[in-house]
Design a protein. Structure first.
Length: 412
């Protein structure tokens, strides 16, 4: 008993001493949004407008991660206070709102979960304001103050990972489905073409489709005639489902059908058996894995964002990771953080994994404007009422490839 009392006294004395030192150190910090006991962080997302329903989970994900951080002592002894604003998904509103958060609310930095970051990107860069968020626009590649765990627009680079997966399923010949009008899906199709070719898989056709207009039977005829055993789609899930159903109706049995979207129980219910066997690659750990990181995420969402009935959805977990990335930047900035220290030191982090929520690790010193090399793959089961995690030959749920350059462009 005496030893326990002495231990408690020692721990209490250490804690008091640490707290006093921390208060003294914090008292001299004068960066925007930083006070001795707290640090103010801004959040922007479309709470209203045409995108509001899709982004409803965004704020919940951020609040859950910050709530968890505050429950465990905050960052470097400071509570994180969140100030959120609605940008309505409009660039002009985004720009004005960002300026208000910086100049009136005096936030230290911003988490931007919006498709309208173009309204604020240049202003925030000029003023050295750190930003984390979701890369819905290519401009995320162009600003050193902006960080993300995944870059959608990655011109001139690709990774071998999707090709490795297709090869592991026995694929040898592939067809890539892309939007007939080009645009971002064409760039993603370029990356996928390079990935498949890197593993010796012939990309025998690139088929342009227009959702709601192109004939699924025509696309199926093209696929059957090409003798492709791999189908990779960058188009709407409805187009992939219709095409896959038509291929199977004609006797086709592809070894792998892949899409970057569709990991959603609602889509399984909508499309049903038409997408049985469809594989989706993810830049975060699948919910079905029930890994320690996923369980922590689910527990944090239940405790700090109970308003979200279904936390196992992409926008929620991606927003949670975006908040985690900002917290990592605050940690890296040190006990007396400055905006420049956040930007400089976070860019030096080479092993970011969001506490296990992203496959592999991310080198933040090199990832800007480049695709991740590690992904998880989930496959709709035979009855299309759930997803299964697909593991590699070593039993890992993480598939990691290599970065490659100069993806092939244009139709094959």
């Amino acid at each position: 008993m005496l030893s326990l009392v002495l231990a408690l006294v020692t721990l209490t004395s250490c804690a008091i001493g640490t707290e006093k030192t921390e208060r003294t150190a914090n008292a001299g910090c004068d960066a925007p949004g930083v006070s001795p006991g707290a640090i103010k962080v801004g959040l922007m997302y479309p709470n209203t407008g045409i995108l509001s329903e899709a982004f409803t989970p965004a704020r919940s994900g951020v609040e859950a991660r910050i709530g968890l951080a505050n429950q465990t002592g905050g960052i470097n002894g400071r509570r994180v206070d969140l100030v959120w604003r609605d940008d309505a998904g409009a660039a002009d509103t985004n720009g004005l709102t960002a300026k208000d958060l910086v100049e009136k609310d005096h936030v230290f930095g911003l988490i931007e979960l919006s498709t309208a970051v173009s309204g604020s990107a240049d202003y925030l860069d000029r003023n050295g304001v750190p930003v984390t968020g979701l890369t819905a626009e290519s401009l995320w590649n162009d600003h050193a103050n902006m960080f993300s765990f995944s870059y959608l627009f990655a011109k001139g680079t690709a990774v071998t990972t999707v090709g490795q997966y297709a090869k592991a399923q026995g694929g040898t010949r592939a067809v890539v489905l892309e939007d007939a009008v080009g645009g971002p899906t064409g760039e993603i199709a370029d990356q996928l073409t390079a990935s498949l070719k890197s593993q010796g898989i012939d990309v025998v056709r690139r088929i342009g489709l227009t959702t709601g207009w192109s004939s699924a039977s025509w696309a199926a005829d093209e696929i059957i005639a090409s003798q492709a055993d791999v189908i990779v789609g960058t188009v709407a899930m409805s187009s992939i489902a219709e095409t896959l159903a038509a291929v199977r109706a004609e006797g086709g049995n592809p070894k792998a059908v892949l899409s970057p979207t569709g990991y959603n129980p609602d889509l399984l219910r909508e499309q049903g058996p038409a997408i049985a066997g469809l594989t989706i690659w993810l830049n975060y750990t699948p919910f079905e894995s029930q890994s320690p990181a996923i369980r922590r995420y689910q527990e944090a969402m239940a405790e700090f964002a109970p308003e979200l009935d279904a936390p196992d959805q992409e926008v929620a977990v991606a927003s949670y990771i975006s908040a985690d990335l900002f917290l990592r930047g605050l940690e890296a900035a040190g006990p007396c953080p400055t905006r420049q220290a956040f930007i400089t030191n976070l860019r030096k982090v080479t092993d970011y994994d969001a506490g296990g929520l992203v496959p592999g690790t991310i080198n933040l010193s090199q990832n800007r404007g480049k695709p991740n090399t590690c992904y998880a793959f989930v496959r709709a089961n035979a009855t299309a009422d759930g997803f299964d995690v697909v593991r590699d030959s070593k039993g890992s749920g993480q598939w990691c490839g290599q970065l490659i350059h100069e993806p092939a462009a244009g139709n094959e």
